[in-house]
Design a protein around this ligand. Structure first.
Ligand SMILES: Nc1ncnc2c1ncn2[C@@H]1O[C@H](COP(=O)(O)OP(=O)(O)O)[C@@H](O)[C@H]1O
Ligand SMILES: [Mg+2]
Length: 316
């Protein structure tokens, strides 16, 4: 039987889910869908719910494009299901996704690999005995309290003294049984995208200039509340270092395809890495696509590159 030459792989575009970042996922999927259609990929959009397995079996895709953020889709669970069904997918595998989703685990790996990250204390809901003492002896105040496994600045707050601690802990524990309390670092908010499998390369540094106190959910997803400045205004040496650190973090966690590392860069000092996102936002306001564009990679090119990288993985 003759095969159609250069038939594009059939893509199942997975989106939605029930994470706090569901709305962003829907927006990412819209943008990715538009790109895939323009590029002539046969594509089926699948809103992820209980019937995911039967929908995938019916769709019989060659590849799944995961446009899901947060603790459904970015944490390794969907990836495990796709592995079991032998469907290749964009982005990182099960372990890297799960490690990156948990900020405590990622920070342990950053430290082990010499990638500077703010000092921290981790705490679990069931044993909060000596947190105040631990904070005093390790990271001090002001400190940032956040759930270990959330995104989009959800459940995060700044604590200026021990007095404010219990309220902040309570808020973070709403979202996770595990939280971390981190030294607050003051400086420029910088993010660095990384693209590739075994030889990943960093995209240009991107500085986020916000008009709000935090780079929070509303700021991230409302046009005009933040500006992207490429490259970041942090000095050449720091820019190169942030790019090196982003690639090192991508490798330390075992990421594939793409990732985006968030940093705080204090003036004239080495950057501090905060976290790695394994499914960075792919909306028209998003950071990763903007940094890619600055390197001459259009949104369409990016989408097809992610598919190529995912299929390359399959043949390894
Ligand atoms: N240790 C810290 N020092 C200063 N600012 C922080 C710190 N941790 C978080 N932030 C602020 O909160 C934002 C979100 O934190 P981050 O760790 O990237 O989690 P997520 O993006 O998953 O919610 C950061 O972009 C930064 O503005
Ligand atoms: Mg972040």
């Amino acid at each position: 039987m003759s095969q159609r030459p250069n038939r594009k792989p059939k893509v199942a575009l997975l989106y939605g889910g029930n994470s706090e970042e569901r709305e962003v996922s829907i927006r990412s999927a819209k943008a990715v869908h538009r790109a895939l259609t323009t590029l002539n990929y046969p594509v089926e959009k699948i809103s992820v719910s209980k019937d995911l397995i039967s929908r995938l079996k019916n769709a019989r895709p060659d590849i799944a494009f995961i446009a899901m953020h947060g603790n459904s889709g970015e944490d390794g669970t969907i990836q495990a299901l796709l592995d079991a069904l032998k469907i290749p997918y964009t982005g990182s595998g099960v372990l890297a996704s799960a490690l990156a989703m948990n900020k405590t685990m990622s920070k342990r790996l950053f430290i082990e690999n010499g990638i500077q990250t703010p000092s921290f204390v981790s705490a679990r809901k069931e044993s909060q005995n000596d947190i105040a003492e631990d904070i005093r002896s390790s990271c001090g105040y002001p400190a940032v309290v956040k759930p270990a496994s959330q995104g989009s600045t959800i459940g995060l707050s700044i604590v200026k003294s021990a007095k404010e601690l219990s309220k902040a802990l309570k808020m973070a524990f709403v979202y996770d049984n595990e939280i971390l309390i981190e030294q607050q670092v003051k400086g420029a908010e910088v993010t660095v995208g990384v693209l590739g499998n075994s030889n990943p390369v960093a995209l240009p540094t991107l500085e986020i200039a916000t008009k709000t106190k935090f780079y929070d959910y509303r700021t991230k997803y409302t046009a005009g509340l933040s500006n992207h400045i490429i490259p970041a205004r942090i000095g050449k040496k720091q820019r190169e270092l942030a790019k090196k650190m982003a690639v090192a973090a991508h490798k330390a966690l075992g990421c594939r395809g793409f990732s985006r590392a968030d940093f705080i860069c204090p003036k004239g000092k080495d950057p501090f890495i905060l976290e790695v996102n394994t499914v960075p936002g792919l909306t028209n306001l998003s950071l990763f696509p903007d940094a890619a564009k600055a390197k001459g990679i259009s949104f369409k090119d990016l989408v097809s590159k992610l598919i190529d990288l995912a299929l390359e993985e399959k043949s390894e």
